[in-house]
Design a protein around this ligand. Structure first.
Ligand code: BG6
Ligand code: GLC
Ligand code: GLC
Length: 983
């Protein structure tokens, strides 16, 4: 029917002809029996033999036409003899354009499939790989309208090959806008496809050039970076590029933090001091810049070079976020949506060709049907096809028509615009080197309309999916929502938005949607996010400043260790020292030959306990916890000791021990000057106790007097033991190397085996004696003042013993919560926490217990559980608050553990030096709720000891049975010794 097409000398085809059979040669005839098409692999050609006839030949022409020309040096010439038009040209047109028609059912299928992919991605489901990414953006709320300040905005990737810099002023007053100043720069093609550093250096140069023309200072500028590519964000200013999309393909950027790359480039440039505060996707900028209206604006839609949407999702639905409250803006990245079932039927041969020839074949299939970068190209492919088929331009294409990228979005928008008129279309086509007739103009307009209509309809189907998602997550019957729209396709294309809106109404009839074009192309929104990020960064700086004094370095800890050593030596010599170094009259650890039944009391920790300890070849314990009401702990001494005896009597009755006078060991966890094993003068109360008329008294006598008052009970008090000593003895029963006892609970203290010759005031020069250091009082002479913070001072001042137990008040469970509370109060007063609102709860003393600290810092707890704990305390939290409270707890407990470690290091070094050893292996028996329950305390103590006492190998043994068992063992040893002296 047709004569022939003539391809003149072209490199690409010459290459090809050398590889094909003689039948398929340089001349291609209609009706040829062999055709050639391109293989899947780019650049590889293969022979496709098909039976003769036109359709396969058309396929051949479609598939190789423009590609061949791209490779060629010269364009396709006009046919030798003018091509006759096919008689059925209208049918051809019809067939071609029909491919772009999408039915409502197909749109509904796309809507449903996209919704499914979104929900799958939200659930964090990895297999099958979701077709959209659903990336959390770290933007948690839509703007309040109160944001203010001057911001630089840099936009990269939204609009083709251009980069925009803006100067945005936010007034903080609703309705009062200042027009932003902006400048656009064209990014050279070689930069878009070159090395990443080149691109970021180019951006930094553009920034400087723009700022040079502004009356602004070179210092302290805050920048919001609009970077419109799929990125994994891990914070408002941390964002890793997943993959380039659209026309960009710079090397060395994928997998990198683009904020850091920009910061580096700005620094290399060196002209301005700019802080890159936030990074956002263009959809987020569009959403955040939306005018506050009557209904909430919760969706940001961009149809520009590419297309994408973001919306406000309930945080609890986003599996990758560890959040159960509030909302987070999620960038859907719907450009990557591809689903063979749903999209397959609407993909045309032109879509396939376009994808094939793009920079990223196989990727962003949905975007390639909608985005502005591709609409012109789709139109060009259709026009080239129709021209080759002789339907357009008398079958005579121009080189431009056959060159990729020659028809731009602007051309399409103008040609389709009915108001532009045929003359304008004519001019555009002429500029492409074509000679259009009137009928060509009309057909070209039809092609543009068809391609764009499909784009708008597909976009509507996807938007309808997002609206359905929003409606579902809000659990609302009807959704009233505003969609902020941005991008050149939305802004400049005459019919795009109206088709979009109409189709959305059709596909999501239950949603009442209004569309709000974004102001300033999203720049304002980026500035809004930047303002919020800048505020958060300022808060972080204040937090860091506040916590800095809690972060102790090696030198500070070594100084604590040295001071402790000095105080120990002085205390042992009987000189004035904050360490009392009290002799305990415990000279030996158990040897295993002790036997018998003993009673034990354990007073001074979290619980008051009465115990029955049976020592045979093993130790069996029966115990009961009794409460000591605060009124008793802080009432009269008589009341306290009567209460203790009542508890013992009750215990004896319950255990069937009434009438028996078992030897009793008394763990009394307060500083006592002992004159013997069964005599201990209470020096002063510590922790929460303050019973009157006890200080200066022998505690054993007070107990015996109470026993006498109670009558009818007989008790044989043999030994009084500090809890540190009880713990050391208890662990020493298992491990003979245990020569140190450590308590980190309500209070803190340590004891250890000292050479008797070093202990002033106790006769004898050989052997050992356990010394109760009472290290809680370390620093009461002011030696810790340089480390003490204003929060420590507040806690001390509000305690029942101001100025006393300064070391203990920096370490132990009774005080850490209070330190945290005082820091939180301070941060609230700075506006850093709880939106600056002081609550009654936070003003309440002791609302923070040790167990909260331990729970909050537990690794296995998700942030949402941390928040639940804090909310139980009545604290009104945002998600940023939760993280900051956690950091406060960490700083406080870390300092505590390190100080405790410095103390242990002093003790082990003392023992090593006492014995003149190069290296010492020693065990520490430890007890106390803070040490045992806190997730990191014990390892931090051990790490500090390793650092400060490298010549000591220290093993920490946790006491499992409390120091009551130790008290019983001390009693047993005493009984054994008493017996042996009688014998
Ligand atoms: C226990 C002892 O095991 O540890 C107590 O039996 C001691 O006497 C206590 O005071 C320390 O821990 P807390 O956390 O109870 O003060
Ligand atoms: C591309 C990008 C996306 C962006 C969109 C619109 O799809 O991947 O991040 O939002 O284009 O610019
Ligand atoms: C307090 C007491 C001390 C005790 C410690 C641990 O510091 O004064 O005796 O060992 O708490 O309970």
């Amino acid at each position: 029917m047709f004569s022939k097409w003539w391809w003149r000398k072209r490199v690409g085809f010459e290459d090809i002809t050398t590889r094909v059979t003689p039948e398929c040669h340089f001349w291609v005839h209609w009706g040829a029996s062999h055709c050639q098409t391109r293989a899947q692999t780019r650049g590889e050609w293969q022979l496709l033999c098909v039976p003769g006839g036109q359709p396969p030949l058309w396929k051949f022409m479609d598939s190789i036409g423009s590609e061949g020309l791209q490779q060629g040096e010269e364009a396709l010439s006009c046919p030798e003899e003018g091509l006759p038009r096919p008689s059925d040209s209208s049918e051809l047109v019809q067939d071609c354009l029909q491919q772009f028609k999408v039915t409502v059912a197909q749109l509904q299928q796309i809507q449903a499939s996209l919704l499914g992919s979104m929900e799958q991605a939200l659930r964090g489901q990895a297999s099958p790989v979701p077709a959209v990414r659903m990336l959390p953006t770290y933007v948690g709320s839509t703007p309040h309208g109160t944001e203010q300040g001057d911001f630089v905005v840099l936009e990269l990737g939204a609009t083709g090959a251009s980069l925009r810099v803006l100067w945005v002023t936010l007034t903080g007053i609703e309705g009062h806008r200042v027009e932003p100043r902006s400048q656009e720069f064209v990014i050279p093609q070689d930069v878009m496809l070159g090395a990443g550093q080149q691109l970021f250096d180019f951006a930094a140069r553009c920034l400087s050039e723009f700022l040079d023309a502004q009356p602004v200072s070179k210092q302290g500028l805050q920048l919001g970076f609009s970077f419109s590519f799929p990125c994994h964000q891990t914070g408002l200013d941390r964002s890793t590029l997943i993959s380039w999309t659209k026309g960009f393909r710079c090397s060395g950027v994928e997998g990198q933090d683009v904020v850091q790359l920009l910061r580096d480039a700005i620094q290399r440039q060196g002209a301005y001091n700019i802080d890159v505060v936030a990074v956002v996707n263009d959809t987020v900028g569009t959403l955040m810049g939306c005018e506050l209206g009557a209904r909430p604006c919760e969706v940001g839609l961009v149809v520009d070079t590419g297309t994408n949407v973001c919306y406000m999702e309930e945080a609890r639905h986003v599996a990758v976020l560890d959040e159960d409250r509030g909302r987070v803006c999620v960038s859907v990245e719907w450009g990557s949506f591809s689903d063979d079932g749903a999209l397959g039927p609407v993909l045309t041969t032109f879509d396939h060709t376009l994808d094939h020839e793009s920079l990223n074949p196989g990727a962003q299939r949905f975007e390639k049907m909608i985005g502005g970068l591709y609409l012109g190209e789709l139109v060009r492919l259709v026009l080239a096809h129709l021209t080759r088929r002789g339907v357009l331009f008398r079958g005579c294409p121009s080189p431009a028509l056959l060159s990729q990228g020659s028809i731009l979005l602007e051309h399409v928008a103008e040609m389709e615009d009915p108001s532009a008129g045929a003359a304008r279309v004519h001019t555009i086509l002429q500029d492409l080197g074509l000679s259009p007739e009137a009928s060509d103009v009309e057909l070209v307009q039809r092609v543009c309309a068809t391609v764009c209509t499909r784009a708008a309809q597909l976009c509507a189907a996807a938007l309808a999916a997002v609206l359905s998602r929003l409606q579902h997550s809000r659990e609302q019957q009807t959704l009233q929502v505003a969609v902020a729209t941005g991008g050149r396709v939305c802004e400049r294309h005459p019919r795009f938005c109206s088709i979009l809106q109409g189709t959305v109404m059709l596909l999501a009839p239950e949603c009442d949607v209004s569309f709000i074009p974004s102001a300033d192309g999203g720049g304002r929104g980026v500035a809004m996010v930047t303002a919020v990020a800048a505020r958060l960064a300022a808060h972080r700086r204040l937090l860091e400043e506040t916590l800095a004094p809690f972060r102790l370095n090696h030198d500070q800890l070594a100084a604590v260790q040295a001071q402790m050593r000095e105080a120990m030596a002085k205390g042992l010599r009987g000189e004035a020292s904050s360490l009392r170094m009290l002799p305990t009259y415990v000279r030996a650890t158990p040897d295993g030959s002790e036997r018998g039944d003993f009673l034990a009391l354990d007073l001074g920790g979290t619980n008051f306990r009465v115990l029955l300890v049976r020592v045979t070849t093993c130790v069996q314990i029966t115990s009961q916890i009794y409460s000591i009401p605060e009124s008793v702990a802080q009432g009269s001494g008589q009341q306290l000791f009567d209460h203790i005896v009542d508890c013992i009597v009750d215990f004896q009755q319950k255990q069937g021990l009434s009438g028996q006078s078992l030897p009793l060991g008394f763990t009394f966890s307060f500083p006592c000057r002992q004159l013997g094993l069964d005599q201990g003068i209470l020096l002063n109360w510590t922790k929460g106790f303050n019973a009157s008329d006890c200080e200066g008294q022998d505690v054993v006598s007070l107990l015996r007097e109470a026993i006498t008052r109670r009558q009818a009970v007989e008790l044989n008090v043999v030994a009084i033991v500090n809890d540190t000593v009880g713990t050391m003895m208890s662990c020493g029963y298992e491990d003979p190397r245990c020569e140190i006892g450590l308590i980190v609970g309500t209070g803190t203290n340590a004891c250890y085996m000292e050479e008797l010759r070093n202990v002033a005031g106790v006769p004898g020069d050989s052997g050992h004696m356990c010394i109760n250091m009472e290290w809680g009082a370390f620093g009461d002479d002011g030696s810790l003042d340089t480390l003490s913070t204003c929060f420590d001072a507040s806690v001390d001042q509000a305690s029942i013993n101001p100025g006393k137990q300064r070391f203990e008040k920096m370490i132990s469970g009774m005080y850490l919560g209070e330190i945290v509370r005082h820091i939180l109060l301070h941060l609230t007063s700075l506006g850093v926490l709880f939106r600056g609102q002081q609550t009654q709860r936070l003003q309440t003393r002791d609302i923070f217990k040790t167990k909260f600290l331990s729970e909050i810092e537990s690794d296995s707890l998700a942030l949402r559980q941390v928040r639940a704990i804090l909310e139980d305390l009545g604290l009104p939290l945002t998600s940023d608050d939760t993280l900051m409270v956690l950091e406060v707890c960490q700083a406080v407990s870390q300092r505590a553990a390190q100080l405790c470690g410095a103390g242990v290091a002093a003790v082990v070094e003392k023992i090593r030096e006492n014995r003149g050893l190069e290296e010492l292996a020693v065990s520490v028996g430890v007890d106390g709720t803070l040490y045992k329950l806190h997730p990191h305390f014990s390892s931090l103590v051990a790490a500090t000891v390793r650092e400060l006492a490298p010549r000591c190998a220290v093993t920490f043994l946790q006491s499992e049975d409390g120091s009551g068992k130790g008290a019983a063992l001390v009693t047993a040893v005493a009984c054994r010794l008493a017996q042996s002296t009688r014998v």
